[in-house]
Design a protein around this ligand. Sequence first.
Ligand code: AMP
Length: 171
Amino acid sequence: MNLSSFIRDVPDFPKKGIVFKDITPLLQSPEAFLHAVRLMAGPFRDKGVSKVAGIESRGFIFGTALAQAFGAGFVPVRKKGKLPYKTLSESYALEYGTDAVEVHEDAVEQGERVLLVDDLLATGGTAAASVALLRRLGAEIAGATFLIELAFLQGRERIPDVPFHTVLRYD
Ligand code: AMP
């Protein structure tokens, strides 16, 4: 199955010059969605993953499916100010200014093996901040998996010490 045919390019969204990779056609196809989740899980089977951490918001879609596939728990990594309980926060640089990701302070136990999930890796800023945050909680990062990598942005260099996997690569 050619999964890239289920990804729609939307030029100039959310702002001029960005080509947005829209995954909703893939989600609408039960076969494509299942195939994508299986391929994202591939290298991390039998790696002792006990929690899957999904990055808001499209990382929740794939992350929860992966958590169920692994029989693991799910941890939402959210944008600043969204989580109700006590949080840990990690900020990262944007093109203009900064943003932050947060998790609940009791989301992960010391030494727990966590798989990080998002739909797409671009500059890697969000993923690097999420890895740092989960490590501050004592997590061991079993890996990071993405459906799409925008390889020309070299985001994977931001998480050099993390076992890394993507299904679709755009050069
Ligand atoms: P980054 O921190 O630059 O790696 O950005 C990654 C986050 O932004 C992910 O949560 C993506 O869903 C989203 N994102 C960045 N660029 C795009 C794009 N061209 N199309 C769709 N989502 C994107």
